[in-house]
Design a protein around this ligand. Structure first.
Ligand SMILES: NC(=O)c1ccc[n+]([C@@H]2O[C@H](COP(=O)([O-])OP(=O)(O)OC[C@H]3O[C@@H](n4cnc5c(N)ncnc54)[C@H](O)[C@@H]3O)[C@@H](O)[C@H]2O)c1
Length: 344
């Protein structure tokens, strides 16, 4: 293996931890920089024994810490992704999106590293066409409740693309669509996580609307594969690439599958007010053409693996909503990040 030294900002989070694992397993030295605000030590702890993961507790609002090696590649996943988390301190969220990206750019420029920036479908605004069209943008409410994250993401893309152009920096931008899988936070507020948690806890599965709206969910192994292929390609910041699973399923079918896989006897309850973001389906023509990438893991298989992981994290019986006697569901423990000090 051509071993590289690679920084992953936000590497203890959901997506970042899967990328850290793939890179370390491929023989690279990975430096995970994370403030553990939404990430968890558990997400990467299995990699310590490989000797190929170094962990630095670090806030990307500050420039990269001194004493780190020169990086060949830098991945930027450092930003809370769940509305519950990013709305807690929206000013900080907006700043992390932009200043965190700037610090990754500056370090990549100093090291001559290639940078991957994790952007998302949010940059398209409300989807005006279906499936989402890579050239079609609509406005987002700049003072709405999600603006700190969505507008932060848009400005970060502008910054990455302009900085790369002005400084001839080698950057790739991945626009990630809704992704699910093991190590996702139980309070992520995504469709899959919400329904699985409700089913495992024996609560009603709540769906907004009549259940006939569709969603497109990408399994995290597929997404990680797309990110790594994008990094290995020659795509630059002038060509952001959409990464997501275009396969659609209705919310009612998704809920039924979750009930089946958890063995839960919960009810599916339809709420009239439509709050779930729906019909956001990626067009992955560009990813197929330039990366030869397309998602392979079927929804049933991805959900099965996610249910197993959530059952373990929540301390519930994977066969259904029955709790082991005396088990308190550690929802706060699952949410809380063990604030371990950096252990280089
Ligand atoms: N999960 C998805 O479906 C999805 C979809 C589109 C885009 N994205 C984007 O991908 C990125 C990662 O998403 P995720 O789902 O892994 O979220 P996550 O919350 O699980 O991971 C974010 C990680 O960044 C860390 N972090 C946050 N603020 C930091 C700071 N100031 N300094 C250092 N570390 C910090 C957190 O502790 C966590 O480990 C985010 O930018 C998100 O917007 C995710």
């Amino acid at each position: 293996v051509d071993s590289k030294t690679i920084a992953v900002a936000g590497g203890a989070g959901f997506l970042g931890s899967h990328v850290c694992a793939r890179l370390a397993d491929a023989g690279h030295l990975v430096v995970c920089l994370d403030d553990f605000s939404t990430g968890r030590l558990d997400n990467v702890s299995r990699l310590f024994s490989s000797g190929r993961l170094l962990l630095h507790e670090h806030d990307v609002l500050e420039p990269f810490p001194r004493g780190l090696p020169r990086f060949d590649e830098i991945y930027n996943f450092a930003c809370p992704a769940s509305p519950l988390q990013y709305r807690r301190d929206p000013v900080r969220t907006a700043l992390i999106s932009v200043r965190g990206a700037l610090h990754c750019l500056e370090r990549a420029s100093a090291d001559g590293a290639r940078l991957f920036h994790a952007s998302g479908s949010e940059v398209y605004g409300a989807p005006p066409r279906h499936p989402d069209d890579q050239d079609c943008f609509s406005s987002v409410d700049p003072i709405g409740p999600r603006a700190c994250h969505d507008e932060g993401m848009r400005l970060a893309e502008t910054l990455v693309s302009d900085y790369a152009h002005q400084n001839s920096l080698d950057c790739a931008i991945g626009r990630i669509f809704e992704t699910y899988g093991p190590r996702m936070r139980p309070d992520h507020e995504g469709l899959a996580s919400r329904l699985i948690v409700q089913a495992l806890r024996g609560q009603d599965l709540t769906i907004s609307g009549a259940g006939d709206q569709t969603c497109s969910l990408c399994f995290v192994d597929d997404l990680t594969d797309g990110v790594l292929r994008l990094m290995a390609s020659s795509a630059d910041a002038s060509t952001p690439i959409d990464l997501g699973d275009p396969h659609e399923t209705t919310l009612a079918a998704l809920a039924a599958l979750v009930l089946e896989l958890t063995g839960s006897t919960s009810r599916i309850v339809y709420r009239l007010r439509v709050t779930d973001a729906v019909r956001r389906r990626p067009d992955i023509t560009l990813a197929r053409r330039t990366l030869g990438w397309f998602p392979k893991v079927p929804l049933r298989e991805g959900l099965r693996r996610t249910v197993e992981d959530f059952a373990r994290a929540l301390g519930v019986n994977a066969a259904g909503p029955r709790r082991r006697p005396g088990t308190v569901i550690p929802f706060t423990a699952a949410r809380g990040a063990p604030l371990a000090k950096a252990s280089p």
